[in-house]
Design a protein around this ligand. Structure first.
Ligand SMILES: C[S@@+](CC[C@H](N)C(=O)[O-])C[C@H]1O[C@@H](n2cnc3c(N)ncnc32)[C@H](O)[C@@H]1O
Length: 211
């Protein structure tokens, strides 16, 4: 799929191609190409003015979302736990000319989520998978009514289909927490949600009723 999309998708900017090549060479995990295409589609169709991202890495997805906004006016707050990685992201964002629109916050996404005020039109969660369930209440608080929630890696390389008890010990907590998160969102009547096999599995949800 990635190889096919690589040939098919022409609109990736040269700068993003450069970041993807760097990510691949340095083993920095960034959204897969099909997920990148989905993010671009969501930004162009939903036109979120304020986006919150957990998991900046080197800034690929935040730059992609900023560049996808044709009005050039959206703002992104993105959170990265590793200070060196955050510094690389800031450098890349500056090189892309997007420092005024993308704010990189260094910290644990869970703690930062708890400290943020106001609401966002879109929240993209792409950080520690075992934390998604712990972020549940914060996400609901920070997403505006009608806002879009996008969570990557929810299939966890297919491991989510194994029962936690049968999985190797090191994966158990992640599987159990991801399953709990998915069950909670999918059964929450405030959301309209679905799962796609895009990327490493993506949860898409809109918050139709904000409590
Ligand atoms: C999959 S990468 C993000 C990729 C990025 N969204 C992209 O596609 O360009 C996950 C990132 O989340 C960061 N991370 C892990 N745990 C975190 C946490 N608790 N809070 C914030 N960032 C975290 C990692 O350091 C890593 O850089």
């Amino acid at each position: 799929m990635d190889q096919y999309l690589r040939n098919l998708l022409k609109e990736d900017s040269e700068f993003l191609q450069k970041l993807r090549a760097y990510g691949e060479a340095e083993f920095v995990p960034i959204v897969r190409l099909d997920m990148a295409a989905l993010l671009r589609f969501l930004v162009k169709s939903h036109k979120p003015a304020r986006i919150l991202e957990a998991g900046t890495a080197i800034g690929y997805s935040s730059i992609l979302m900023a560049q996808a906004d044709e009005s050039n006016s959206s703002h992104i707050d993105t959170i990265e736990i590793d200070p060196d990685t955050a510094m690389t992201a800031r450098r890349n964002i500056a090189e892309a000319g997007l420092s005024s629109r993308i704010r990189v916050i260094v910290g644990d996404a869970l703690e930062v989520f708890e400290s943020l005020n106001g609401t966002y039109d879109m929240i993209f969660v792409d950080s520690a998978k075992s934390q998604y369930i712990l972020m549940y209440d914060c996400i609901k608080k920070l997403l505006r009514q009608g806002g879009l929630l996008v969570c990557d890696n929810v299939i966890y390389y297919g491991k989510i289909f194994d029962s936690p008890e049968e999985a190797p010990h090191k994966h158990r907590t992640i599987i159990a927490n991801l399953r709990a998160f998915l069950e909670k969102v999918m059964s929450d009547k405030d959301y309209a949600a679905t799962l796609l096999e895009t990327g490493d599995g993506v949860l898409l949800a809109t918050l139709n009723n904000k409590p």
